[in-house]
Design a protein around this ligand. Structure first.
Ligand code: SAM
Length: 280
């Protein structure tokens, strides 16, 4: 696929529609269509998929997703100033782009999407983590999405893919890796964006597993992990003493040492502990 469309260059689009980036909207635009096509390719074969995009802005990634062959793109944008530019893209790709104006935290996109569904976005940094956590914690698994291909500030991306023993290992890594494969697929310097942000960015690709990597009750696991990492440097027996009166026994039953610290415990260990705590 990979045909760059016949629309004007994004710099002209921004000038024509007067789309000065606004910090309050988390706006750092990607204007290089080769780069947006490359990001779209990280989402895999889109030809049989509907794609949910949050925050299309002037439409650089939207154009990448469409030129890479997405069956249909549903784009949710809060900034009304971007809508005319997005309408031009919709006219170039008849019946393949739907634009919803509004706040992605408020809108339920599912009525507008048909499976299989993939998510791809250069997320506004102020709601990126919240959206990711929502996508990772649906009421039922598997979720509505097959994969998430998301731009984050590098520090957030590193927290998603972190391994035990690293400084960035914590709740987000465990949440992501319990039910998905997560890897960083692209690194972008600040200059890739207009205006350049202060920090580097990374694209993370997450693929939903058909079922959790290890069995555990989602609510118990989430509570145990949150409590353990609230005091990440304490030994588990003291960090978790409020979770169960016989926490030392439960830790031992899970094959963990009461003197371990949260940041050393792998996902498998937390799942075993969640099962031991949920046991009668
Ligand atoms: N996708 C474009 C690109 O890559 O150039 C723009 C990315 S920019 C980092 C984030 C976009 O999200 C902006 O267009 C901004 O207006 C939009 N946005 C911010 N908050 C939003 C929200 N709550 N719901 C939907 N879109 C939002």
């Amino acid at each position: 696929m990979s045909t760059i469309d016949s629309l004007p260059p994004l710099r002209d689009v921004i000038r024509t529609h007067d789309l000065q980036a606004r910090k309050s909207m988390g706006q750092n635009f990607l204007l290089d269509l080769n780069l947006t096509a490359k990001i779209a390719r990280q989402a895999g074969d889109l030809t049989q998929c509907d794609v949910l995009e949050i925050g299309p802005g002037p439409g650089g990634l939207t154009r990448g997703l469409l030129s890479e062959g997405a069956r249909h793109v549903l784009a949710i944008e809060k900034d009304v100033r971007c809508l005319p530019a997005l309408a031009e893209i919709a006219a170039t790709y008849p019946d393949r782009l739907t634009i919803l104006e509004g706040d992605a935290l408020e809108i339920d996109p599912l009525a507008h999407l048909s499976p299989p569904i993939r998510v791809a976005a250069n997320l506004p940094y102020n709601i990126g983590t919240e959206l990711l956590v929502r996508w990772l914690t649906p009421k039922e698994w598997p979720p509505f999405w097959q994969s998430l291909t998301l731009m984050f500030q590098r520090e957030v991306a590193e927290r998603i893919v972190a391994r035990p023993g690293s400084k960035t290992y914590g709740r987000l890594a465990l949440l992501a890796q319990w039910r998905a494969d997560a890897r960083i697929v692209l690194q972008l310097p600040p200059e890739a964006f207009t205006p350049p942000p202060k920090v580097s960015s990374s694209v993370v690709h997450l693929t939903a597993l058909p079922e959790p990597r290890y069995p555990a009750d989602a609510a118990v696991l989430s509570h145990v992990v949150a409590t353990a990492f609230n005091q990440r440097r304490k030994m588990l027996r003291s960090a978790l003493k409020g979770v169960a009166p016989d926490i030392e026994d439960r830790l031992l039953a899970a094959g963990l040492k009461p003197t371990d610290r949260a940041e050393q415990v792998p996902l498998e260990g937390f799942c075993a502990l969640a099962r031991a705590i949920a046991a009668p």
